[in-house]
Ligand binder design. Structure first.
Ligand code: IPD
Length: 268
């Protein structure tokens, strides 16, 4: 049995409680797929319900902490040092389409630094968790980023912009450059799980633009505690505020960054 801090226990318990409702609602989505009304309204209410449960549970255990919520926005707490950063359903489009690839993401920020994170995939009961200095885990198993060092063997994940989001052409150039060299690219639709999978060594790397802090905050500490690197696409540290992230194992971080920047400059 691994020993976990009280903070991680609080985060996991909140996620498991919210997940019970989400799994029930996910079961309903399949029926709604075939109805005339469609599941959109139902899914946004599932999102809001899950966020409410998470907020209530975390507030009960850590009164005064602030929140940054995907649905509810910023809530400043009496305790200005601590803030929860939460996405109640990361992978909402998957959820809406009955695709069982979505997760709850909770990060704890202390004085501007992410110090703990969990990404919980309720359908297959995968709880990814990490705390600063304590390592990263999937359920009870210690995680380490992949040891692959050859691009030809690497699988990378990304996110692509969709309706209403900018940079379609640029993303296509990035994908074209990376796919020419690696073993495969995945676009599974949950940034939180993409980051968790890098931590777990399932992907060698992941990058995305147009991303929000709540999509990746927990993933940042998962990847770092598993021995990987997380930066923005220029190699800086603005990933939670600048909308761009690149996470990878120690061997792939620099080459992936070089490829993406070359694609952006129009070279490949
Ligand atoms: C989305 C997912 C998706 C990513 C989008 C995010 P949401 O989050 O993480 O993989 O490509 O950029 O907005 O809306 O499902 O919480």
């Amino acid at each position: 049995m691994i020993s976990r801090s009280p903070t991680l226990n609080v985060m996991m318990a909140a996620a498991r409680k919210a997940a019970r409702g989400l799994v029930r609602d996910f079961g309903e989505v399949e029926h709604l797929q075939v109805s005339m009304k469609g599941p959109s309204d139902f899914v946004s209410s599932a999102d809001l319900k899950a966020e409410k449960v998470l907020r209530q549970e975390l507030e009960k255990s850590r009164p005064g902490y602030g929140f940054l919520l995907e649905e509810g926005g910023e809530i400043v707490g009496d305790d200005r040092s601590h803030r929860w950063i939460i996405d109640p359903i990361d992978g909402t489009t998957n959820f809406l389409h009955g695709i069982p690839h979505f997760a709850i993401s909770i990060a704890l920020e202390r004085d501007g630094e992410i110090v703990a994170g969990i990404v919980y995939q309720p359908v297959n009961d995968e709880m990814f968790h990490a705390e600063k200095g304590g390592g990263a885990f999937l359920n009870e198993r210690r995680l380490r980023v992949s040891a692959r060092r050859r691009i030809e063997e690497a699988v990378f994940a990304t996110g692509l912009p969709f309706k209403g989001r900018p940079n379609h052409e640029r993303s296509l150039k990035e994908v074209a450059t990376v796919m020419a060299t690696c073993a495969g690219i995945r676009r599974f639709g949950s940034a939180a799980l993409d980051m968790a999978y890098v931590a777990a060594g399932r992907y060698e790397g992941y990058w995305e633009s147009g991303i929000h802090a709540w999509d990746i905050a927990a993933g940042v500490i998962l990847v770092r505690e598993a021995g990987g690197y997380v930066t923005d696409i220029d190699g800086g540290t603005t990933m939670l505020t600048g909308g761009e992230v690149l996470a990878a194992n120690d061997h792939m971080h620099a080459p992936l960054r070089t490829m993406i920047n070359a694609a952006r400059r129009g070279k490949d």
